[in-house]
Design a protein around this ligand. Structure first.
Ligand SMILES: [Zn+2]
Ligand SMILES: [Zn+2]
Length: 147
């Protein structure tokens, strides 16, 4: 059973088909990329500015700028104060979602979670297989009886 994988664009609300889990449609993505390029060239033109000066000066949405910071798009660009709080403990970081410490801890948790999910999936698979077997056996019986 394949469910049709469609989604409403988080920006323009139009329905689109995500290729790899995107939340916005290709049009909005293209518009966003254009802004990202403008933001990057703004930093190149104004070396040594802070993130807030960049947001104010370029007029780009703060959320987008911070996401670019998070993605490491300004590394070695001369942007100052490109720090934001770790998603877990609030310590100021310059890249990723969590500080190294939390990332390490969360990775362990994620691995545990994945392991738990795997054993659950295996159990479900087994169940599916056995019910499938019962189904075909009864089908076979019905067929042989029919002959
Ligand atoms: Zn859109
Ligand atoms: Zn942290």
């Amino acid at each position: 059973m394949t469910k049709l994988n469609i989604r409403n664009c988080a920006r323009c609300k139009r329905i689109f088909i995500p290729v790899s889990g995107e939340k916005i449609c290709s049009d909005c993505r293209a518009a966003e990329l254009a802004i990202e390029e403008q933001v990057k060239s703004y930093v190149r033109d104004h070396p040594g500015i802070t993130v807030n000066q960049l947001i104010e000066g370029s007029g780009a949405p703060a959320k987008l700028v911070w996401r670019m910071v998070q993605q490491g798009q300004f590394e070695n660009s001369g942007l100052k104060d490109a720090k934001y709080p770790c998603g877990n403990c609030g310590k100021l970081i310059t890249r990723g979602t969590y500080c190294e410490e939390c990332a390490g801890k969360l990775k362990i948790n994620a691995q545990k979670f994945a392991a738990a999910m795997n054993s659950k999936n295996r159990a479900a698979e087994k169940k599916a297989q056995s019910s499938c077997k019962t189904f075909s056996d009864s089908m076979y019986d019905a067929m042989t009886r029919g002959r």
